[in-house]
Design a protein around this ligand. Sequence first.
Ligand code: PGA
Length: 258
Amino acid sequence: MSSQRVPIVAGNWKMNLDRKRAVELVCRLRESVLADSRVEVGVAPPFPYLSVVAESLHGSRIFVAAQNLHWEKEGACTGEVSAKMLLDVGCSHVIVGHSERRHVMGESADAVARKLDLALSVGLKPILCIGETIEERKGARTEEVVLGQLKSALKGHRAEDLQDLVLAYEPVWAIGTGLNASPEQIREVHALIRRWLAERFLSTFADAMRIQYGGSVKPANAAELLAVEGVDGALVGGASLALETFLPIVQAPRVVRA
Ligand code: PGA
């Protein structure tokens, strides 16, 4: 693990919690995340709670991410939310291409690429999710799928444009299922991604890129998974909904390095 890469742990709340529980959770999180922590920590609430969560976290070092954005800057896009609106309500990050968007909501690779472009163009830091389904893994297509998603999302970009990008390797079959990829499977895919980044851009760029792991990360497995070579933190779903389960994951990278 490069000492240059600060681990980043983000909680993706998906379509969960309510206003009261959201505020309580981040107020307690804020008290618990030490100012000198060497881990970057963030939460991704549903759209209606972004403002109140950002206000509750104002002045803390915990970032607020949206779970999605639209690729158009503004206009006649009923039901969508723009990147500028997200910045306006206090988001610094946005999750792009989550597997639930790709596979459940039918978001195409082209839509993911356009969303990534727009986020970068307005200074919203993207967390780009990539990962294979179980059929793709069983069909020995993991490499093709993961690199294909990466190629299409980063098409036309130069390394200079991508300084704020974070990647999240999330095998679709491990998300919300209680199944984890094994440390060896995770190590292999993270190394694959970093090799590709080094070939496509520069090895210094690849070395600096933070790649999270996501998929059923829990307090019980966080220390093991976050210690895997090339893993720079986690994107956490279910376990991010309560402080008791999120905090041990936030603290795991520090424990690993101690
Ligand atoms: P999970 O979700 O931790 O509940 O598996 C992870 C994610 O969707 O990012």
